[in-house]
Write a protein that binds this ligand. Sequence first.
Ligand code: 2M8
Length: 423
Amino acid sequence: MNTLPKEEAARAILARNDRGGYTVPTDRLYPFQWNWDSAFVAMGFALFDVDRAYRELERLIEGQWDDGMIPHIVFHAPSDTYFPGPDVWGTRHRIPTSGITQPPVFGMALRHVHEAALATGEAAATERTRVLFQAALRSHRWWLTARDPEGLGLVSILHPWESGSDNSPAWDEALARVPTTTTTTIRRKDTGHVDASMRPRDEDYQRFIHLVDTYRDCGWDPKRQWAAAPFKVADVQMTGILARATADLMHLAETFGTDEEKVELTRMHGRLLDGLSSRWRPELSRFVNLDLISGHDVETPTQAGFIPLVALTFDDGQRSAIVAEIERWLDGMVVGVPSAPSFSPSFEPKRYWRGPVWAVINWLISDGLRLNGSADLARRIEQSTVRAIETSGFCEYFDPTTGEGLGGDTFSWTAAAYMALGR
Ligand code: 2M8
């Protein structure tokens, strides 16, 4: 295997962001353990240090709630460089955590780490995977009961932060219904670390915190939150990742699951694939979210519309349509896939999830393209991502029109993605 020109630098970033078995996304801007960041980081570690890869997942699970939810942030150690901290969330978990979740890449990462362990002969792998498999299964049960109580086969987010794509134009209409009033005093720290023009706006933060206040007032009880939520969107990115992670757990269940668990996972998987398939829109050549408050499709184009590639097997017609649509989004860009296409009125090439390119999103899209037999486009996306990182550094994200690196630097998931996509 060839060594990448910046492999050592990538490993050094993971070492530098290590806080004792878990990795912060980057120093100061994000000083805690984030859920899906850690899952990607674990897959990066699996390439050269399987023990450390397991450790990342094990430390994340220290924050898992009794009802199965894996929180979006685990506050292992105090820091005053991020808002909102544990006092705002008020979740009263034994280790302080936030009260919402994030995309369940965990199950994908677990299979990945387990297979790396088998390949390297990591002695304790079986027992470690067994424990983490149970944690993942409990979290998938939580997803389907707490976030699809109506049995749509689609899981919903109750907060844009859950999606991982905080200020995506996909949320604009639904978020506009959320009041800007808050009982918590907002003391943003992010704009002290990076330029405010790259971050969500103040009004977004007011609505984000209004939602936190609302759910904290529900005592973080999933049923009460579901009933009270002024923001509820069935998300195809989340459902696609959950369906794929469920398939990965089905694979692990062959070794680690009981017969009942195998049946349970197969049912979950079928339900999610049915729900996901119903969101394909042939006239748009992508999948669309469903706003459960208005009952309307969310047709705003964002990267989320392609993520179901990781879970579904497309027929030839669907595959060539989605490939052509992704190619249209790449047209004229230095690096793609943009989080919103340049032809969209919402496109802002430098502002967070409203246009920039994220290496981990490209990781998912290229993985899904490969699964669906489109290796050429997958390779093109991987190579342009690796090139952008080599040119501009291990930044949080990239301007698709110039390739410029933006947001935080020395970013953990960008380092992990570099090693994974460069191979
Ligand atoms: C960003 O989100 C956090 C809130 O979770 C923030 O802006 O404060 C998103 O890019 C999210 O996807 C990511 O997990 C997190 C840490 O990298 O930062």
